[in-house]
Design a protein around this ligand. Structure first.
Ligand code: SF4
Ligand code: SF4
Length: 204
């Protein structure tokens, strides 16, 4: 500590608290802008040309379950509806959550990390892919590489996937199309409960 450092004494606390009170006032005209660190931004260069999904997450028991949820809860891609009709085609959905961390899934005996957490805590849901049978489907900013786009990726052109970068509403800055973060969202993703019902039915 430098010799001239001013060490606060008890009588200084009222001033320090007054300063903190002023500095922590919300700004009246703006909403909070998050940083890349706060939303776990993963740059495109770290995504290896794939969208984020359980299938490339290190916490996944491959094609079976998430290590945070336990082996009794099935977490797998699914197709719905199963058959095409005159007015609808089958769509494939890929699971992913905000704790996604790129890596090799576990293909050996199932590993579970107790205590388990809830799907709500993970923010787990199922993400639709453009086509059935892709190598990977899941989440990324622009929806490139077979992914589904984020509602907060605001491109200038009409085709988000064609733009290598665009403005992110959450971070209030330009981001890469192939990147992802925990604030990814899409209005048409499938909820955990709905996906569980479909998985139960398809195993019946
Ligand atoms: S639910 Fe989340 S943490 Fe679990 S395997 Fe999937 S992406 Fe990874
Ligand atoms: S566009 Fe969406 S996924 Fe991409 S950084 Fe912004 S909030 Fe995250």
């Amino acid at each position: 500590m430098p010799a001239n450092f001013l060490v606060y004494k008890v009588e200084n606390l009222r001033k320090v608290n007054a300063q903190r009170r002023g500095l922590s006032q919300p700004e009246l005209t703006t909403v909070p802008v998050l940083t890349k660190g706060q939303v776990g931004y993963v740059p495109e260069g770290a995504m290896e040309g794939e969208p984020a999904t359980c299938y490339n997450c290190q916490f996944y028991n491959y094609d079976r379950s998430c290590q945070f949820l336990g082996e009794r809860i099935p977490v797998k891609k699914l197709i719905w509806p199963l058959k095409a009709t005159a007015d609808a085609k089958p769509i494939q959905y890929w699971p992913c959550c905000s704790s996604w961390m790129r890596g090799e899934p576990n293909t050996g005996p199932q590993v579970c990390r107790e205590p388990y957490v809830s799907a709500d805590q993970l923010g787990l849901g199922w993400i639709n892919a453009p086509r059935v049978g892709q190598e990977y489907g899941g989440a990324c900013c622009s929806g490139k590489n077979g992914g589904d786009d984020c509602d907060s990726y605001i491109s200038i052109g009409e085709d988000k996937r064609a733009e290598s970068t665009a403005f992110c509403r959450v971070l209030q800055q330009e981001v890469e199309g192939g990147a992802v973060c925990t604030a990814w969202m899409d209005d048409d993703w499938m909820s955990f409960d709905r996906a569980q019902n479909i998985l139960k039915d398809s195993n019946a």
